[in-house]
Design a protein around this ligand. Structure first.
Ligand code: ZN
Length: 172
């Protein structure tokens, strides 16, 4: 059966979501059109707003709607300690645990030469520039506990240790 272009378009759109295959995308589409048009409108508007407003913090690269995010601009946080993570989800997890009061740097990925992701893509130069400016003395490498995360942490440790910083590795 050939679906109408709009229905097919919504199914295809939903398949961009992680873990959503053709069957669940179809189920979600029919659900929204049959039973929750208001909810569908809400989703459409929320996506549009988020895309227009959310960007990367100029200092830590985490998602924010401000030029400098709330964590980076909070004077009560310890600016001498920097935790390096791979993704905004890591910042959320650490913040929810409430155990860290320093600042962050979000790499937005990990080193992966096969995918063409090197130090430039992770904006390592920007990270190094922060060290000079902000009096950072301790770096916690909190990349993911897998091969890519380890390789990224090792690369950073090799780069950062000669600068006289205290560098520790904690798998997130
Ligand atoms: Zn920030």
């Amino acid at each position: 059966m050939k679906l109408s272009p709009s229905i097919q378009g919504l199914i295809d759109g939903l398949r961009h979501l992680p873990g959503v295959g053709p069957k669940s995308a179809q189920r979600m589409t029919l659900h929204l059109l049959e039973r929750d048009r208001e909810g569908a409108q809400e989703i459409a508007e929320a996506i549009e707003t988020a895309l227009a407003k959310v960007r990367n913090c100029e200092r830590c690269r985490n998602f924010t709607e401000l030029a400098i995010c709330e964590i980076c601009s909070d004077p009560k946080r310890d600016a001498s300690t920097l935790c390096v993570v791979e993704a905004p989800a890591d910042v959320m997890a650490i913040e929810q645990s409430g155990s860290f009061r320093g600042h962050y740097y979000v790499l937005m990925g990990h080193l992966s030469p096969i995918d063409g992701i090197g130090p430039d893509q992770l904006k390592i130069r920007e990270l190094l520039a922060r060290l000079d400016d902000e009096g950072i003395t301790e770096i916690i490498l909190c990349t993911n506990p897998n091969t890519e995360g380890d390789v990224t942490a090792m690369y950073l440790a090799r780069l950062l240790k000669p600068l006289g910083l205290r560098v520790t590795r904690i798998a997130s």
